[in-house]
Design a protein around this ligand. Sequence first.
Ligand code: DAK
Length: 259
Amino acid sequence: MEYQYLLVDPETQPHVAVVRLNRPKELNALNRRVMEELVHAMQVLERDGTTRCIVLTGNERAFAAGADIKEMAGMGTVDMLTIDQFARWDALKRIKIPIIAAVSGFALGGGCELSMLCDMIVASETAQFGQPEIKIGVIPGAGGTQRLTRAIGKARAMELVLTGKFITAQEAFAAGLVTRIAPPELFLQEALKLADEVAQMSPLAVRLAKEAVLQAFEQPLEAGLHFERKNFYMLFASEDQKEGMNAFVEKRPPEWQGR
Ligand code: DAK
């Protein structure tokens, strides 16, 4: 697939790919084509067998200012149902490799939701997060009411969703939405540093760990603990578990096989 709105570097550093949203004039508004390309790029990286972590970013002014309002403005319920844009969001949710959102500037509406669908958010000091859909007569549709509430709590999420106000990177960090903040010239570097830390771990363990953490959003505690335990047991059937523990005992760095 030829990408019109993405720049993809499959190996910016060993085992780490960078996917850049590249629709700058529209502040990376997520139209149907962008979402289609994004799903394609992520699935290709997942299948290539070498990528262990993906950094998803935009530009300095915007990660993404939301779904494309101009594209949606004339649509009715039947259009929304038949286009079924949710299928693309669901496909992104199923990517098993960790994805780090490196956010500078606006992460609004669908842009904020996209950053929250990622596994971690590294923000530039200039980042602004918000769910301003209420100002255009709708509500968040791609997880904003759920993921934001889980990330920052009911009171703060309710205020953002009901008023459409934005929060700064510092506020997002204090609230637990963002894992690291860096100056604008360093935020991507910081995200790459974090990606490198993840990429140095056993890819198998990383995959099962991501899956288990995400279960905390889906399951009651007992079921989540059960899920975690199954993944934990499963890793004892892997070469990487033997390698990791032997390397510790032998005081040497592990060499992961991903098996
Ligand atoms: N859609 C389309 N174009 C957008 C856009 C957007 N979301 N955001 C910005 N742009 C365009 C502007 O129209 C403008 O284009 P021109 O007029 O130059 O042609 C250009 O980007 C630059 O924007 P501004 O001139 O407005 O720049 P400012 O610095 O003055 O303001 C701003 C920046 C980010 C505060 C402002 O552009 C703004 O308020 N943008 C809209 C933010 C917003 O309301 N976002 C939420 C959109 S609703 C779904 C999944 C997800 C969603 C829905 C369904 N399914 C799975 C079904 C999500 C919905 C949303 O995100």
